[in-house]
Design a protein around this ligand. Structure first.
Ligand SMILES: *Cc1c(COP(=O)(O)O)cnc(C)c1O
Length: 361
């Protein structure tokens, strides 16, 4: 068996230890005589898995007691609609930062339910930065402020939690959740799809302050109603049981590794060495993002000579380094280096990039 270093932006690599554990438990979970996929979601075995997953996530992220943790379906994209449905609470407008492709999708969905005020946009700058605070036009009457902490496609991230005063703050944390500690108490709502840094696709996580839920707009589907989901422990219907089980194993893996403080050190080191390799390649590779806002998770780069792109990808694949092609909307290359990408994978990529540059100067 040989596993590749898979730089996919999502679904992405899972920790090998988690896959091995799932394999050991595949035919017979803890003497139950069943695979987790075969269990009733209301049986005591699965309830213990779900409760443990929630407890471990609460511990790993230090989630305060006045926040609900919801395990939902429909990906982060469903939350683009569910957020205005649940958080407008009688208001007619919401604030959105526009820092890339995922911001744009969140904005266009929100516009179906409310007026959207764009606080600031980096579109004119090719989404290579986060707009300077002096340019922000926050609306104090907005129902909430939404931002995308890490733009997975552009490889741009906020360097800090934006200070938006008293207006509830909502963050799409899909591609950076669990990559480092974050102060949950600063947020009204945190959400993300699982397939980047948590577990299998099919699961989305919403962490929401409990006093904000219960007042949905008319016509909100029951499945999108956070209060209903919270009151039913995310089991209003059948939850994505296997995805939740694997996510739970990932939370345990993070705890064993020393939690998010340690993960942050590893992630920062991985990202810094890869950006350094790009910056020190004499223009063979370039990254266009303002260094202050470079993503730790999605490292984009282009080759000075785009005619070499196909060779680069083919030879990388031969070296066991796959899915490095940039998003179809931006081209170039993208190395997604989430928690589960071992540091050795980043080292192997850097060595490959240096060799490829030396051969093709
Ligand atoms: C991947 C991604 C999404 C969309 O997630 P789905 O689960 O496919 O709906 C939204 N926002 C960000 C920042 C992402 O990286």
């Amino acid at each position: 068996m040989s596993r590749l270093y898979n730089f996919s932006a999502g679904p992405a690599m899972l920790p090998e230890a988690v896959l091995q554990r799932a394999q050991q438990e595949f035919m017979d979970w803890h003497g139950s005589g069943m695979n987790v996929m075969e269990m009733s979601h209301r049986g005591k075995e699965f309830l213990s898995i779900a409760n443990q997953a929630e407890a471990d996530l609460r511990e790993v992220m230090a989630i305060p007691d006045n926040y609900k943790v919801l395990f939902l379906q429909g990906g982060a994209s469903s939350q683009f609609a569910a957020i205005p449905m649940n958080l407008l609470r009688g208001k007619k407008t919401a604030d959105y930062f526009n820092t890339g492709q995922w911001s744009k999708k969140a904005i266009s969905e929100a516009k179906r339910y409310c007026d959207v005020n764009i606080v600031a946009s980096s579109e004119d700058d090719g989404f290579n930065s986060v707009p300077d605070k002096s340019t922000w036009t926050l609306n104090p009457d907005a129902a909430y402020v939404h931002y995308t902490a890490n733009e997975t496609i552009g490889g741009v991230e906020f360097d800090d939690i934006p200070d938006v005063g008293d207006v509830p703050l909502v963050v799409d944390l899909s591609s950076t959740i669990l990559s480092r500690p974050i102060d949950v108490s600063k947020f009204a709502l945190i959400y993300g799809g699982a397939q980047k840094n948590i577990g299998p696709a099919g699961l989305a996580i919403v962490i929401v302050r409990d006093d904000l839920i219960g007042d949905t707009i008319e016509g909100t589907p029951t499945m999108f109603n956070y209060k209903v989901q919270a009151d039913n422990d995310s089991m209003y219907n059948t939850p994505p049981t296997y995805a939740l089980y694997i996510a739970g194993l990932v939370f345990q893996w993070l705890k064993e590794l020393g939690g998010l403080t340690n993960m942050a050190k590893i992630n920062q080191r991985k990202a810094e060495k890869l950006y350094a390799a790009i910056d020190h390649s004499d223009g063979f590779y370039t990254n266009p993002v303002n260094p202050k806002y470079r993503s730790w998770m999605n490292v984009t780069f282009t080759l000075g000579n785009a005619d070499l792109d196909a060779d680069f990808l083919a030879q990388a694949k031969q070296a066991g380094l796959v899915t490095l092609k940039g998003h179809r909307s931006v081209g170039g290359m993208r190395a997604s280096i989430y928690n589960a990408m071992p540091e050795e994978g980043v080292d192997a990529l850097i060595t490959f990039m240096q060799d490829f540059a030396a051969k093709n100067q």
